[in-house]
Design a binder for this molecule. Structure first.
Ligand code: URA
Length: 464
């Protein structure tokens, strides 16, 4: 029996390095005991991985590594062995969706991704002020502290997200597994904590409660959906859930009052959306704001069931401040009309909200946003999604698909089918209309246009 000791529950690198060596040496899964830390074992273990006499070649597809990186964070102790079984057998089986082992690992990866998303959506910071002011500046010494109980080993994997989202705040996230601390420059880790270590009620909670009450739209109240999106396990840690019972109880009256007083259903969400758009107008999260005329935020009904995501505004959109109004927009409108989808019922936005271009003489030539720019703009895209909560999101082209799925994908591999999104709702990937504009061969362009229309129809059908 070989014993492999991993440094931590989420030690993907340690698992990968050991697994590669063992698989090359042809060691069967049944002969390996995976453990975390230096947990004592009373087996007569052969700790070292002996170099094989003639190592087997091992080619691992990218899809396997993607799967392993998520599944390794699952709380099931068998995850290391299951992944190894797939690796040492044939990692290309990962493409076989009917394979029971692949299905099991995919389900684990899905649960992990959901947990990652839940942490992002439900961590709530409470303000803590030290008695002494901040050294040097004399400013109040404020830190924001949150308590979160994840289901899987996802805390470290989520750290970068919180650093990017709350870069200028000093914060700590306390969990039963480890704690994360950010001082606006350095991220450090501390030991596990208990809920008693986290602060109780405080003024910041009032802000969350007010925000939540303002975006809580009784006309959309579906308790089942709410529970699905915010499992009870999380409720007890969220200040706004103190309001939920009351909000649910008074929802009927509020709905009647709202219908009577508001000409448009969802008026309170509209207010939150307008505040978001106004805030986005001053966005400096990446450098694109420097040369663009203005931000081009999403538009359309905030209670739309369908969201369409493009790449980034073009020259005309940048001047008009509205998405899809230039040549690609005309093509888009034509395809939507042929697919029988009324654009006025759809929320239309872009993965990146500032126009990126190169100047050639007087012309501004479109330039593709890079991964950093897409990531920086993810903040606005996620906020739009939290308000609109679309049941179906269509990504036009690879940049939009990257924003939708949180990773780089090819259109060919993902096109034309409903994809369940971890945050809820379905995603659908198709081509970008400007691809049709660039096609020199008219008859090919017509065929592609027809396929584009079919994709849009397919998404509309999956929604209905
Ligand atoms: N292309 C896009 O992706 N979005 C727009 O808004 C315009 C062109």
């Amino acid at each position: 029996m070989r014993v492999v000791s991993l440094a931590s529950e989420d030690d993907f690198t340690g698992w990968r390095d050991a697994a590669r060596g063992l698989a090359r040496a042809g060691v069967p899964a049944s002969e390996i005991l995976w453990q975390v830390g230096d947990a004592p074992t009373d087996l007569f273990a052969d700790e070292a991985v002996l170099p094989p006499a003639a190592p087997r070649p091992l080619k691992v597809p990218r899809a396997f590594l993607d799967l392993a990186q998520s599944a390794i964070l699952h709380r099931d102790p068998k995850r290391f062995a299951l992944l190894y079984t797939l690796l040492a057998g044939d990692p290309h089986r990962v493409a076989d969706q009917a394979d029971p082992l692949v299905r099991r690992l995919e389900a684990m990866a899905r649960q992990v991704r959901q947990d990652i998303h839940k942490m992002r959506a439900f961590v709530r910071f409470r303000e803590v002020r030290d008695a002494l002011p901040f050294p040097g500046t004399g400013e109040p010494n404020t830190r924001y502290v949150a308590w979160f109980e994840p289901e899987h080993h996802i805390v470290r994997a989520n750290a970068r997200f919180f650093v990017e989202r709350f870069t200028s705040m000093r914060w700590s996230i306390l969990t039963p597994e480890l704690s994360l601390h950010w001082d606006t420059e350095t991220l450090s880790e501390g030991p596990s904590t208990t809920k008693a270590d986290a602060p109780g009620e405080d003024p910041v909670e009032d802000i969350w409660k007010t925000y939540y009450a303002s975006i809580f739209n009784p006309a959309r109240l579906k308790t089942g959906m709410m529970l699905k999106e915010m499992p009870r396990r999380y409720w007890k840690n969220m200040p706004e859930t103190a309001l939920v019972r009351e909000l649910v109880a008074t929802a009927r009256q509020r709905e009647t009052a709202m219908v009577a007083t508001q000409p448009r259903p969802g008026g309170n969400i509209e207010g939150a959306w307008q505040a978001l758009r106004d805030e986005a107008a001053h966005c400096t999260r990446c450098d694109l704001f420097r040369h663009a005329t203005q931000i081009v935020f999403g538009e359309g009904p905030v209670d739309a069931r369908m969201m369409i995501v493009g790449e980034q505004p073009g020259d005309q959109e940048d001047l008009a401040g509205r998405p899809f109004v230039g040549p690609a927009g005309e093509m888009f409108d034509r395809a939507m009309a042929q697919a029988g989808i009324d654009r006025d019922t759809v929320y239309v936005t872009n993965a990146v909200k500032h126009f990126k271009f190169e100047r050639r003489g007087k012309r501004r030539i479109h330039s593709k946003p890079d991964a950093g720019e897409v990531q920086a703009c993810r903040w606005w895209y996620e906020q739009e999604r939290l308000l609109v909560k679309p049941e179906m999101t269509i990504a036009l082209g690879a940049t939009a698909a990257r924003q939708l799925l949180g990773k780089a994908v090819t259109i060919t591999a993902t096109r034309g089918r409903a994809i369940e999104l971890p945050e809820g709702g379905l995603g659908w990937v198709t081509i970008h209309p400007s691809f049709l504009l660039r096609m020199p061969d008219r008859s090919k362009a017509e065929d592609e246009f027809a396929a584009f229309v079919e994709d849009l129809k397919g998404a509309a059908k999956a929604l209905s």
